[in-house]
Write a protein that binds this ligand. Structure first.
Ligand SMILES: N#Cc1c(-c2ccc3ccn(Cc4ccc(CN5CCCC5)cc4)c3c2)n[nH]c1N
Length: 234
């Protein structure tokens, strides 16, 4: 999968060179390119923002640099390319969307700053052939820009790309993967500060362990996220 990121803070994504995603890049499972939006400006001050039409606080990101950046990146897009626009006004980003986007041939993350990107950039991107645009929100709170959201989304998506995670089975027993929160996990020692590992996990009855873990998922989901429970299980 090809991932392009456009930002005025390219150094923010240096962390993608380490850990799991760094290894995936070395293995050519992920091809990540970070673009500095200011490289697509032509004035001495490399200006990327201006005052909002209609007034209001703050600044808005100018359309011209974004247009040139997306022209460069989306010159000949692979069919199925998705432009992901992190935005507080976007649709909530979910594990289901991460799974969907992990199947795309190419993703372009447009990381805005200030009060956001001129809307015409998003509207024009949606007219490009072979390109789908998704405005997506990390959660119901306001960040200072799209970089943190893009990083979180790239990690959630990247780890689902086949081959990135060594043991694919571990991806199926996670919170939200089956619609429920995950069961609690334990490791050695069996007693720590007088706290014992649930005895059922110390036996070898895999059927009973699986049943216990599912019950733990239901109990935790009822307690913490009843909104996730399927009808009839609340
Ligand atoms: N994903 C995600 C996000 C973001 C996010 C994503 C991208 C950008 C680009 C700029 N900002 C900062 C900002 C600040 C205030 C406003 C509201 N203003 C009112 C009148 C005009 C805008 C808009 C944006 C961003 C924030 N925040 N929270 C999430 N879950």
């Amino acid at each position: 999968m090809r991932i392009d990121i456009v930002t005025i803070f390219p150094e923010f994504f240096g962390v993608l060179d380490i850990s799991l995603l760094g290894k995936a890049r070395q293995q050519k499972l992920l091809d990540v390119t970070v673009h500095d939006l200011r490289d697509f400006t032509h004035d001495r001050h490399r200006t990327v923002d201006d005052t909002p039409y209609g007034g209001g606080a703050g600044m808005v990101m100018k359309p011209e640099p974004w247009g040139e950046a997306l022209d460069r990146i989306l010159g000949d897009p692979l069919p199925g390319t998705v432009v992901v626009v992190p935005s507080p006004a976007g649709r909530p980003f979910t594990q289901a969307e991460a799974r969907e986007l992990a199947l795309a041939p190419a993703l372009v993350f447009t990381c805005g700053r200030y009060e956001g990107i001129d809307q015409r950039v998003i509207d024009h991107a949606a007219t490009r052939p072979n390109v789908e645009v998704r405005e997506v929100s990390l959660g119901d709170y306001v960040l200072n820009g799209g970089e943190v959201a893009a990083m979180a989304m790239i990690e959630a998506i990247g780890r689902l790309v086949p081959g990135v995670v060594g043991n694919p089975e571990s991806l199926t027993e996670e919170s939200h993967e089956d619609g429920l929160l995950e069961y609690p996990s334990y490791t050695k020692p069996s007693v720590w500060r007088d706290l014992e590992v649930p005895p059922i996990l110390l036996g070898g009855n895999h059927g009973a362990i699986a049943a216990w873990r599912h019950e733990q998922q239901l109990e935790r989901t009822r307690r913490v996220r009843p909104d996730l429970l399927p009808d009839g299980l609340s």
